[in-house]
Design a protein around this ligand. Structure first.
Ligand code: HEM
Length: 307
């Protein structure tokens, strides 16, 4: 039976690691080495504890085309941009226990070596709980309220009617946003609520919020065709010598990249020159498009990659 990576549909876990991998120079022209790495990876990915997502770079190095998978476009608008930072592979490790996730990271790294090497890890976590039961962004706003539910979530997040190896797969737009907490804290409470378009205290949507408010920019029914995605974003944090850096690892799973891309373009002001107010206190520092294969018999189904 073919199905999707179940972790995509589940609520975000207590803690997670996003482990980003690149192809080692020696393996770039050696598809056989890459295939061996992926064959060792497949049984370790159940789609639940580990969600695997592949970039165009990896698929191309195998000499394969996955329909709909492309590079993240470098996008910009008045005074704002969404950078493109391609990655070959991202493993989203989901759990409750950091010790377990560390051991799991080592196991996955060993399976992928020597052709595919970990580049960077982002530590993420769930923060608080809002009135609708979702976690909060680090600014305190509940994130995930307007996500589609049940059958609508499956329809939004996963490809269908595309054939074996593609059905059940998902197209992930992943962007690390870095918050500027000084800028956020300098805003009045009303300004903060108007930037999001919801009241932080009770998550109520604000009808009188300005056109720049985040939820007005991204209202999924307002696009033609409608642009639904399943968001599974998580707060992240990193301590650096210059202090804590933190923000949101924004993750949108779609049946294609269409919905994310039209939302992103509108946030950047490409439609009407109005930039999403979220940019007043946060900005994307990475951006990648990735393809999450389906699972079959409890492991990653790599038939679309000829494996
Ligand atoms: C710093 C980054 C971001 C933060 C903190 C953030 C936070 C939020 C919050 C608090 C909501 C309202 C509650 C909800 O429905 O979840 C929301 C809604 C939404 N966001 Fe974001 N978001 C961010 C980036 C993005 C990006 C980059 C996109 C897509 C390009 C996006 C797409 C959406 C969508 C589609 C909705 C629901 C809109 C609706 O149909 O009502 N968000 N976001």
């Amino acid at each position: 039976m073919t199905t999707f990576q179940a972790g995509i549909l589940r609520p975000v876990p207590a803690i997670a690691r996003y482990v980003f991998f690149s192809i080692t120079p020696a393996a770039l022209n050696e598809p056989a080495l890459l295939r061996e790495s992926l064959q060792r990876l497949a049984p370790l990915v159940d789609g639940e504890r580990v969600v695997a997502a592949m970039g165009q770079e990896l698929v191309q190095a195998l000499g394969i085309v996955v329909p709909g998978l492309r590079a993240f476009p470098e996008l910009s608008g008045p005074g704002v941009k969404a950078p493109a930072t391609p990655v070959a592979l991202c493993l989203w490790l989901r759990g409750q226990d950091l010790g377990e996730l560390l051991a799991l990271t080592r196991r996955l790294q060993k399976a992928l070596a020597p052709a595919i090497k970990a580049l960077r890890v982002v530590e993420a976590f769930r923060h608080g709980k809002g009135v609708s039961g979702h976690g909060l962004d680090l600014t305190g706003y509940e994130d995930g309220t307007e996500n589609p539910q049940e059958a609508a979530a499956v329809a939004a997040a996963f490809a269908s009617d595309q054939g074996a190896g593609l059905d059940g797969s998902s197209y992930l737009a992943l962007q690390q946003w870095l918050h500027n907490f000084d800028a956020f804290e300098a805003m009045s409470e009303m300004d903060q609520d108007h930037s999001v378009g919801r009241r932080r205290s009770d998550n109520e949507e604000l009808d009188d919020a300005p056109e720049s408010s985040h939820v007005k920019r991204t209202a999924q029914e307002s696009f033609t065709p409608e642009a639904f995605v399943l968001r599974r974003s998580m707060p992240w944090a990193l301590h650096t010598p210059s202090g804590d850096k933190a923000g949101l690892m924004f993750a949108a799973f779609g049946s294609s990249f269409y919905a994310f891309e039209v939302q992103m373009r509108r946030m950047l002001g490409q439609e009407d020159g109005i930039v999403d107010a979220m940019f007043r206190f946060s900005q994307p520092v990475t951006g990648a498009y990735l393809w999450c294969p389906p699972v079959r018999d409890g492991q990653l189904d790599l038939r679309a990659l000829g494996l």
